[in-house]
Design a protein around this ligand. Structure first.
Ligand code: NAP
Length: 299
């Protein structure tokens, strides 16, 4: 029996769930063009790491960044170019914009002249619309706007992307691979959805961290030493997240699986799932974040 099948069956027998997906399904080994990364901070740096994990040749990459990290500077020995002259980066296959939105205005005039021919522009800037980007770039530039989230830093993010009408299928495929280096990628056709995406997955990690904080506080209030309460809450959120990641079952089924009728979990869920409980609170929170995302995109 092939090893992959045997592993799958062992996993299924033990956990009743599928094994984690194999990240090596996507590869940038054959990427033949040039790639310009503008802004190599937390997110841009995580993307670059992901591309290298997918076997991208560093000699294909130029990084534009005022304060390159030591890791990036070290990659120069493997051919990566840091802040090269503009003439050396004209018409790359892709430009990835990963500066803060407030720095967008200063980089767009620099970027515009290098875009052309095959270039797909991939932006991860929160709130910077396809129209904003198109206005600053040559006519008919192929642009993908996307919204990643912080688990990208460990290759476990989720990104939602929206293309403009000039993006060709091969450009979309390249953008997909570049984003897949940090996790799952979903595409939508309606850019307006990105405000709600921002509110759910973009800001979502903060809600989960808050859950760990809140559970720790509740544990301390129930009499546990602070340190133990924090440790229990952290491990519970992290372990449950991992279980959710690996399990083939949906969240509701996993919840039901740890809830016996009349038991302790059921007592807590009666509170959390009451009319004034978590659903209502989460809907209010996501609505507030969606509204704020709209305001910021309009400003
Ligand atoms: N972090 C998140 O959870 C998250 C989630 C979704 C989307 N995003 C988006 O991802 C983007 C990057 O966020 P981040 O958290 O990675 O920010 P960050 O760590 O501050 O990274 C931005 C980088 O861009 C550099 N930079 C500034 N001006 C530049 C210029 N003119 N040319 C080239 N590079 C320049 C900055 O250098 P200096 O530090 O020297 O200024 C910094 O290293 C943002 O647009 C944000 O909206 C982030």
């Amino acid at each position: 029996m092939p090893r992959a099948v045997a592993r799958f069956l062992r996993f299924l027998l033990k956990y009743g769930m599928a094994p984690p997906p194999n990240p090596s399904e996507v590869s940038l080994r054959d990427f033949a063009g040039a790639l310009v990364l503008v802004g190599a901070g937390k997110m841009g740096g995580a993307m670059l790491e992901g591309w290298l994990r997918l076997s991208l040749d560093p000699a294909r990459v130029a990084v534009i960044e005022p304060q390159p990290s030591r890791e990036i500077a070290d990659l120069a020995a493997r051919g990566l170019r840091v802040n090269p002259a503009i003439d050396l980066v004209r018409q790359p296959a892709a430009v990835v914009i990963a500066v803060k939105p407030q720095n967008a205005a200063e980089i767009m005039p620099w970027l515009a002249p290098i875009i052309g021919g095959p270039t797909v522009v991939l932006s991860i800037m929160a709130g910077k619309t396809l129209d904003f980007l198109a206005e600053a770039l040559p006519t008919e530039a192929a642009i993908v706007r996307s919204m990643p989230n912080t688990p990208a830093s460990i290759g476990r993010g989720i990104t939602v992307a929206v293309p403009n009408r000039h993006v060709t299928p091969p450009q979309r495929e390249l953008a997909h691979k570049l984003l897949a280096a940090t996790g799952i990628v979903e595409w939508v056709a309606d850019e307006a959805l990105l405000d709600a995406v921002t509110a759910v997955s973009g800001s979502g990690p903060a809600y989960v961290f808050l859950l760990a904080e809140s559970l720790a506080k509740a544990g301390a209030a129930a009499g546990l030493p602070d340190e133990l309460a924090a440790k229990l809450a952290r491990a519970t959120v992290a372990g449950s997240g991992e279980l959710l990641h690996r399990a083939a079952l949906d969240a509701a089924t996993l919840r039901q699986n740890v809830t016996s009728p009349g038991g302790t979990t059921a007592a807590a869920l009666d509170v959390l799932m009451s009319d004034e409980g978590l659903d209502r609170l989460m809907q209010k929170a996501v609505a507030a974040a969606t509204q704020r995302s709209r305001e910021l995109a309009g400003s």
